[in-house]
Design a protein around this ligand. Structure first.
Ligand SMILES: Cc1cc2nc3c(=O)[nH]c(=O)nc-3n(C[C@H](O)[C@H](O)[C@H](O)COP(=O)(O)OP(=O)(O)OC[C@H]3O[C@@H](n4cnc5c(N)ncnc54)[C@H](O)[C@@H]3O)c2cc1C
Length: 409
């Protein structure tokens, strides 16, 4: 590559969105010079870690209702241009055979690394040029061209696709330069905050709860109103809770907490549709309450909840009043405490906030105020729940930007 060359397109970031943007941009019949600038020595470092190393790349239930975004109208347009069927077709063209589990799609190999390798190979074979180990630090317009300054160099392009990702998992390369570039252009950003992240609740339960997993519902309440709710396997940690349902409600909880609001977390630890009277009618009355709870709760949790309800470890069912028993089931169905904080970007799978979707043309991802500059993926104010939604959004936006620049198709 000659450094003084101008490129037709420069894509900043060879992650999920950038790789798909490169493939799509090269698909047009008009020959183009496309450069992909990546700060890491390898492409798609985060992509290769997704889905516990298995890459949950899309979901059968893709829809705007599974995302947090301040502009759902634009989001609807973006998602309708790349449905889950479109995603399967797009990736099958690149040689990815899918495997479905509970609506979530993975590559059949179960290998996020091979998914990443295949996307990289496709982009390279299509003719995209990659440069690694150099980070874009600023971008400005010089005449008709965009000038990108990197740590070691500078490059010129007619069009730029900004695909640097956000701030989640900084050790994968997500350290926020994309936001700095957008801010330097005078664009307003909604404060980026961790999303799909554990919630802190220090001092709420004993430390020996750490490692316990139970099925249950989590409700996030603000000023007496439930703002988010989910059911599934909850995990207790030292001073925090996690598990898919916790991650799924973390985005609104963290935003409210960050704004200084009091956020209440309430856990329903009883089985779905649990009716205490049905359990009690079949039980021996001389059974100890702590033993009656063994098949519902982890044994380490029982003394804590019995104490809260004023029941001794030695009490049998016949020893306690119906009022106390009701108090116990009320506590278990609504174990409520204050959120005390949230884990940082290091533990988050994505971030909320960023550039509003109303700043881009949802058919192309081009900035309305800066024609020729396109923004994709995690940089945008749109974060999904667990299940392939975030990668789907990154791919959808990368594809729209690449397609808009492909030309001559
Ligand atoms: C542990 C983990 C598991 C996850 N699992 C899933 C999952 O199974 N399914 C799902 O849908 N989502 C998952 N996600 C979320 C998903 O990975 C992200 O939403 C998605 O990767 C965002 O894509 P992106 O292209 O916007 O950013 P990234 O994939 O982060 O790509 C950005 C790229 O830009 C590069 N870059 C950054 N700054 C610069 C710069 N200044 N110059 C040059 N290059 C730069 C980075 O090094 C990186 O390669 C997971 C995230 C994590 C952390």
């Amino acid at each position: 590559m000659k450094k003084e060359d101008n490129f037709d397109i420069i894509i900043i970031g060879a992650g999920a969105a950038g790789l798909v943007a490169a493939i799509e941009a090269m698909r047009g019949t008009v020959k183009k010079r496309v450069l992909v600038l990546e700060k890491n020595p390898i492409p798609g470092k985060k992509l290769s870690r997704t889905g516990n190393g298995r890459c949950n790349f899309t979901n059968r239930n893709i829809s705007a209702k599974h995302y947090n975004s301040s502009d759902k109208e634009s989001l609807d347009l973006i998602l309708s241009s790349f449905t889950f069927e479109d995603s399967l077709l797009f990736f099958s063209k690149e040689g990815i055979v899918p495997y479905e589990r509970n609506g979530c799609f993975y590559p059949y190999s179960g290998e996020a690394k091979s998914f990443r390798d295949l996307l990289f190979l496709c982009a390279e074979e299509a003719g995209a040029i990659f440069t690694f180990k150099d980070s874009a630090v600023s971008l400005k317009k010089e005449g008709d061209l965009f000038r990108i300054n990197t740590e070691n160099d500078h490059f010129f392009a007619n069009k730029v696709i900004l695909s640097t990702g956000g701030l989640a998992a900084p050790d994968t390369g997500a350290t926020g330069e994309g936001y700095d570039i957008l801010s330097s252009l005078g664009l307003d950003l909604k404060k980026p905050l961790p999303s799909l992240s554990p919630l802190k609740c220090e001092g709420t339960f004993p430390e020996d709860f750490a490692g316990i997993r139970v099925y249950g519902r989590i409700n996030i309440a603000h000023k007496g109103r439930v703002v988010a709710s989910d059911f599934g396997e909850l995990q207790f940690n030292k001073g925090s809770i996690s598990g898919i349902p916790v991650l799924d409600v973390s985005s609104p909880a963290i935003r409210l907490f960050d704004e200084g609001e009091r956020v209440k977390i309430s856990l329903d630890l009883l089985p779905k549709d649990f009716e205490p009277s049905i359990l009690l009618q079949d039980l021996r009355s001389d059974i100890r309450v702590k033993d009656a709870l063994l098949s519902i709760l982890n044994y380490k949790m029982i003394p804590f909840f019995l104490k809260k309800a004023g029941i001794s470890l030695h009490d049998s069912l016949s020893d306690i009043s119906p009022k106390k028993l009701k108090a116990l089931f009320d506590i278990l169905s609504s174990f409520t405490f204050d959120m005390t904080g949230y884990a940082g970007f290091e533990k988050a799978q994505t971030n909320s906030g960023g550039l509003s979707l109303s700043e881009v043309n949802p058919h192309t991802m081009e900035l309305l105020k800066f024609p020729g500059l396109f923004v994709t993926g995690e940089l945008l104010d749109c974060d999904g729940i667990c299940g392939g939604y975030n990668l789907h959004f990154a791919f959808a936006t990368g594809r729209l930007a690449g397609k808009a620049l492909a030309g001559g198709k």
